[in-house]
Design a binder for this molecule. Structure first.
Ligand code: NAD
Ligand code: ZN
Length: 356
């Protein structure tokens, strides 16, 4: 390979994202070298840029940003048999240890040895060349785009959330928040056979996208209303028919409270959103006395292939979500768009291959 250009977006600290050249890495045993194609910007990437940390994950050393990526295999490390040079792949960004009890039972998202792209101290993949474990790369069928490959990352969160919530044929589902995660959850719930999907958000624009993607009813939350008012207003919009499953894709005190109070007795509240930055007060008596199960969601495990199938089969179309495009050279502008929301972005996509 003659290319020496490995332009990379590196986060040095709060509001300090730099483009720099890095050596092209060599794939080790069971790894592949990828020419990165598309990288979507996630809220967590923006959070690291603006705050330098998420919870106890703190950027202490320069860290390559980005984790929603697709690429093309350019070199195989020793022992790789599942991929060939030229394959287009989606990259599952978390590589677990494959040895611990969680890995062995298939809940590898809970692996304490997880190495997840752009979660400190591990580098991400907003770069031109990147090495990844071959068993966490998923070959894309030729009719799937590299953009769809990158979108498998957020889609897998939606798939995991719907599985955790027990969404199935005929379910009624309430989704709280219509950001990228709420919208991929909507698409997944629909594909899994949910009959009625209600979705809330603060912004009209995102709710319009939800409507186009097949929401049964979109419900606008007014920022000024109290938690109690918001809950009562949504109850009225639901026509008092409480959903079997509520999936909180924003994660604030108000939405978690709403999730408890507005889920049908015996139903499930799944919490994906991490909006609340501190402890919240919840009506737990309401949950226990009506047997509403509260379940957490942490990323995904064994969901990438299902997400791929949803797109490959045409059951899910995420193209309405990708609203903005930039090159890796324009990383700063891309992050600015994602952070400020100017121009109503949903998913901002960065193109990393200068020849593509
Ligand atoms: P986002 O910020 O783009 O979307 C959140 C949406 O919620 C916004 O559109 C916002 O207008 C809306 N919202 C805010 N307050 C609301 C309220 N009171 N009622 C209804 N809607 C409200 O974020 P995203 O990328 O869609 O991600 C959603 C959440 O999921 C984030 O908190 C993110 O950190 C989290 N997340 C969790 C996991 C996980 O593994 N658990 C994975 C990915 C993302
Ligand atoms: Zn493990």
């Amino acid at each position: 390979m003659d290319d020496k250009d490995n332009l990379t977006s590196v986060l040095y600290g709060v509001r300090d994202l730099r483009l720099e050249q890095r050596p092209i890495p060599e794939p080790g045993i069971n790894e592949v070298l990828l020419r990165i194609q598309r990288v979507g910007i996630c809220g967590s990437d923006v959070h690291y840029l603006v705050h330098g940390s998420i919870g106890h994950y703190i950027v202490k050393e320069p860290m390559v940003i980005g984790h929603e990526a697709s690429g093309i295999v350019v070199k195989l490390g020793e022992g790789v048999t599942n991929l060939s040079v030229g394959d287009r792949v989606a990259i599952e960004p978390g590589v677990s240890c494959r040895m611990c009890q969680f890995c062995k039972i298939g809940k590898y998202n809970l692996c304490p040895g997880m190495k997840f792209c752009a979660t400190p101290p591990f580098d991400g993949n907003l770069t031109r060349y990147y090495v990844h474990a071959a068993d966490f790369c998923y070959k894309l069928p030729e009719y799937m785009t590299l953009e769809e490959g990158a979108m498998l990352e957020p889609l897998s969160v939606g798939v995991h959330a719907c599985k955790r919530g027990g969404v199935t044929v005929g379910s009624s589902v309430l989704i709280l928040g219509a950001g990228p995660i709420g919208l991929v959850t909507l698409a997944t719930a629909k594909a899994m056979g949910a009959s009625k999907i209600f979705i809330t958000d603060l912004t009209e624009f995102r709710l319009n996208v939800a409507k186009k993607m097949g929401a049964f009813k979109v419900i606008k939350i007014n920022k000024e209303e109290s938690d109690e008012q918001a809950i009562e207003n949504v109850r009225i919009e639901l026509n008092n028919e409480l959903p079997d499953v509520t999936i909180d894709c924003s994660g604030f005190q108000q939405t978690m409270k709403m999730g408890i109070e507005l889920t049908k007795s015996g139903g499930v509240l799944t919490i994906v959103g991490m909006g609340a930055s501190r402890n919240v007060e919840l009506p737990l008596f309401n949950a226990l006395s009506r047997e509403v199960d509260i379940r957490g969601v942490f990323r995904y495990a064994n969901d990438y292939q299902d997400a791929l199938s949803l797109i490959a089969s045409g059951k899910v179309d995420l193209s309405p979500l990708v609203t903005h495009h930039f090159t890796i050279e324009e990383s700063l502008e891309a992050f600015k768009t994602a952070e400020t929301g100017i121009g109503d972005p949903i998913k901002v996509m960065i193109h990393c291959d200068k020849d593509a």
